[in-house]
Design a protein around this ligand. Structure first.
Ligand SMILES: [Cu+2]
Length: 170
């Protein structure tokens, strides 16, 4: 049977919607934008454990740029990620695919796939993926308001409590 245009389109769409190993896509403006270090007046230290964030609630002012200094004191791989619930949901699927593809294990991420800058699959400016004992940083400019969460999207972690709220105000 000859391939008709509809089947060709369907094939293209299937490729376009497959889980991306290389790019997570741009961060939507509703989540904020990458911050400049010079604009950060405040540093928040974040400790990640198995499986929790401390602090679990992040208090920010509208439009504020914050430097997050993140350390992983757990025994497992953890992520600090700022985004909307929908962004986290999408990223959880990506990370599950990374783990299924062997680019991540429960305790490590393969070279070139995260754990710092320049990684191919995990170099989003709104997040940092850290192996046990490692430190990282996220400088983020928050929007004027909205519904944002911090989340670790390593498979199973947010489900077991590694998720927190961003609160706007004083
Ligand atoms: Cu985690």
């Amino acid at each position: 049977m000859p391939v008709n245009r509809f089947q060709t389109l369907a094939a293209v769409l299937a490729i376009a919607t497959a889980p991306s190993m290389a790019l997570a896509g741009p961060v939507p403006a509703e989540a904020g934008s990458p911050g400049r270090a010079a604009d950060a007046r405040r540093t928040v230290d974040v400790v990640m454990r198995d499986n929790s964030f401390e602090p679990q609630t992040i208090q920010v002012r509208a439009g504020e740029t914050v430097r997050f200094r993140v350390v992983n004191r757990g025994q497992l791989l953890h992520e600090f990620n700022i985004g909307t619930p929908a962004m986290h949901e999408a990223h959880r699927r990506e990370m599950l695919a990374m783990m299924q593809a062997g680019h991540m294990t429960p305790t490590s991420v393969m070279a070139g796939h995260g754990a710092g800058h320049g990684g191919m699959a995990h170099d989003d400016p709104n997040s940092v993926l850290l192996e046990p004992g490692k430190r990282g940083e996220v400088i983020w400019r928050f929007p004027q308001g909205g519904t944002l969460e911090i989340s670790c999207n390593v498979p199973g972690h947010s489900e077991s409590g590694m998720v927190g709220q961003v609160r706007f105000g004083r």
